[in-house]
Write a protein that binds this ligand. Structure first.
Ligand code: AMP
Ligand code: ZN
Length: 119
């Protein structure tokens, strides 16, 4: 369920250090190494799912846990009035690390608009 070449699998197993926020049997949360906002952490499933498009019924428990925990973790990080979650998927979504991860960003009140499209 782990990929030996995957940087986030190595974070889960402790081979690469991380600033851990939370861990249980299904998920792991840690601060993003290059934060885009004052609060920026990632929640990942412990099993190696490359992208959101690779998720299936077998992953429902881990994906559900990610959504069930994000509010508590964001509150603990100081986001008491809101935050934003993002899951970049694949080339078009500009995903860089191919182990599914949910970004949680917050800090500015309010955050900038969700997406800015060039016209
Ligand atoms: P994405 O573009 O959605 O694939 O985002 C990947 C995120 O992983 C980026 O925000 C990176 O800053 C972050 N990242 C990459 N390597 C590490 C690492 N070793 N520890 C923490 N975050 C990382
Ligand atoms: Zn992985």
């Amino acid at each position: 369920m782990q990929d030996n070449d995957c940087i986030f699998c190595k974070i889960i197993s402790g081979k690469i250090p991380s600033r851990k926020l939370y861990e249980d049997d299904l998920i792991y949360a840690f601060h993003d190494i290059n934060p885009a906002a004052p609060v920026h952490f990632l929640i990942i499933p412990k099993s190696h799912i490359p992208t959101l498009s690779d998720a299936s019924a077998a992953h429902e428990a881990a994906l559900g846990r990610m959504l069930a925990k994000v509010g508590e973790l964001a509150r603990e990080a100081g986001c008491t009035d809101g935050y934003r979650t993002m899951i970049n998927c694949g080339r078009v979504g500009r995903q860089e690390v191919y182990h599914l991860h949910m970004h949680v960003v917050g800090g500015p009140d309010p955050l900038p608009p969700m997406l800015v499209f060039e016209r």
